[in-house]
Design a binder for this molecule. Structure first.
Ligand code: THU
Length: 136
């Protein structure tokens, strides 16, 4: 699975985004260490707070299937019907949710297209993250 293929999977997942309120559609593709790819989209709610980001949708799908070891994640987002001018980076809640399972070395691809993306590690996005190791 190349970086470009993972980004393509994120774009495909974005098509399913349920965003009647923000009209901002996000897709994520999470590559497990066993080679499987779990995709997710953002799912909004009329009461706003229960909205789930694309990254957590992908993560929770994977964990609920018994998969907890991951190699990389790709995230894409833009307003409905528009091309991205900025990369979409995971929100703070998603950074923390990913940190539980992924650790600081995991690459996070924040993409405008298959060939135009910013790559950072999860540890760069969440310095000194608090994870399972902190609880001993
Ligand atoms: N959103 C995501 O799904 N992932 C991100 O990384 C940033 C924000 C969603 C949440 C909400 O549905 C919409 O984008 C606008 O914030």
């Amino acid at each position: 699975m190349t970086r470009q293929e993972l980004i393509s999977a994120a774009f495909a997942a974005r098509e399913k985004a349920y965003t009647p309120y923000s009209h901002f559609k996000v897709g994520a593709a999470l590559l497990a260490k066993d080679g499987r790819v779990f995709t997710g989209c953002n799912i909004e709610n009329a009461t706003f707070t229960p909205t789930n980001c694309a990254e957590r949708t992908a993560l929770f799908k994977a964990v609920s299937e018994g998969v907890t070891e991951f190699a990389m994640i790709a995230v894409v987002g833009s307003k409905e019907g528009e091309r991205n001018t900025l990369v979409t980076s995971p929100c703070g809640v998603c950074r923390q949710a990913l940190y539980e399972f992924c650790g600081p070395e995991m690459p996070v691809l924040m993409a405008k297209s298959e060939d135009d993306f910013v790559e950072m590690t999860l540890g760069e996005l969440l310095p000194l993250g608090f994870g399972p190791a902190n609880l001993g």
